[in-house]
Design a protein around this ligand. Structure first.
Ligand code: FES
Ligand SMILES: [Fe+2]
Length: 348
């Protein structure tokens, strides 16, 4: 049975991954071949030749069209066959699926559902990835874990003190602070303050704070698995909880989780900052710390995935910290049910 919500935009790649040549990536169990047409626009075609199934990503680009390098059948960027060596007649069905794609703020988005419903205005606004005022180094991880387990992790930062004590955490008190979780457009909004605390090790590497600090994580987590966050740290008593941000370290992270298969995932991430944006050393330091922290998540989540696979029927017992992930899981389950409802019921 189809396990994935299809009528939504998924992050498929960083823009730079689809450079010159052909780039293959599996999304929602479907191998897809990405390339740039003659106008530079990204094209996404099923990575399976309509003739005998060879990967089109092993083919050759010819003036914006794609020739399969097994028997030479050639396809236009819209997936139509435009040439078969040695014959004029193009058989019915000799075409490959073409997917709607859109490029925004250095991410390539793909629509895996009904093409007629692919409205680019539905793409989440990841503006900080495209703004010259915000600096970052782009990251990507491949995960041997289902996409929902990674979403769960991003929907509950109480884990930060335990999983990331020497990187993003610094104190287990994070789990004591109660986040506000509420519904958002197409997702969940989470707001968490940590007042009068120590800065994270990650913060002290790029700035010095004389005393205690206030820390915040505000984010929306929207279907199918996109996190858009404002986080930061500022000296305690200088007004951050009242909305007076100054001399703060501020970040506008964007992260996206896309299923590769039912058991594996793609994870795209960046932590843009608006201070010292010319300083490449700071960019590297932050990136290295983020990678170290996300590696800590990966180790835990992949281990969790193995346990869950080994004991699929064992129950899980909910705690208060699960509020965000439960809301998001309910929302995705409702979307999935809606998509799978028989047409007659949908129209009734
Ligand atoms: S498999 Fe592609 S041309 Fe034969
Ligand atoms: Fe984490």
């Amino acid at each position: 049975m189809n396990m994935f919500v299809r009528n939504c935009w998924y992050v498929a790649a960083w823009s730079h991954e689809v450079a010159q040549g052909l780039f293959s990536r599996t999304i929602l169990d479907e191998p897809i071949c990405f390339f740039r047409g003659q106008d530079g626009e990204v094209v996404a075609l099923a990575d399976r030749c309509a003739h005998r199934g060879a990967p089109l990503s092993m083919g050759r680009l010819e003036a914006g069209a794609l020739r399969c390098m097994y028997h030479g059948v050639k396809f236009a960027p819209d997936g139509k066959c435009i040439e078969i060596p040695g014959q004029d007649r193009i058989p019915t069905g000799m075409c490959v699926r073409s997917y709607p794609v859109a490029e925004r703020n250095r991410w390539v988005w793909i629509w895996m559902g009904d093409p007629a419903r692919a409205d680019p205005s539905l793409i989440p606004d990841t503006w900080s990835l495209g703004s010259p005022q915000w600096a970052y180094k782009p990251g990507y991880y491949h995960y041997d874990a289902p996409h929902m387990l990674i979403c769960d992790n991003l929907l509950d930062f109480s884990h930060i003190g335990y999983v990331h004590p020497t990187t993003l955490g610094g104190t287990e008190n994070i789990a004591l602070s109660k986040p506000v979780v509420k519904p958002a457009d197409n997702g969940v909004r989470v707001e968490r303050w940590l007042l009068n605390e120590v800065p994270a090790p990650f913060h002290t590497k790029v700035a010095s704070f004389a005393g205690r600090v206030d820390r915040w994580h505000f984010y929306e987590f929207v279907a199918p698995g996109v996190l858009i966050m404002h986080s930061g740290v500022q000296a305690t008593g200088t007004g951050a909880p009242q909305g007076r941000y100054h001399d703060a370290l501020e970040f506008r992270s964007c992260q996206a989780v896309t299923p590769e298969t039912t058991g594996t995932s793609h994870y795209f991430y960046a932590v843009p900052r608006n201070f010292a944006i010319e300083d490449e050393q700071i960019t590297e330091t932050i990136f290295a710390d983020v990678v170290a922290a996300f590696e800590e998540d990966r180790v835990m989540i992949e281990a969790q995935a193995r346990r869950l696979a080994a004991c699929p029927d064992a129950p899980m017992v909910a705690i208060g910290a699960d509020a965000g992930l439960m809301q998001f899981r309910r929302l995705l389950a409702a979307r999935l049910q809606q998509e799978q409802a028989p047409v007659s019921a949908a129209n009734a």
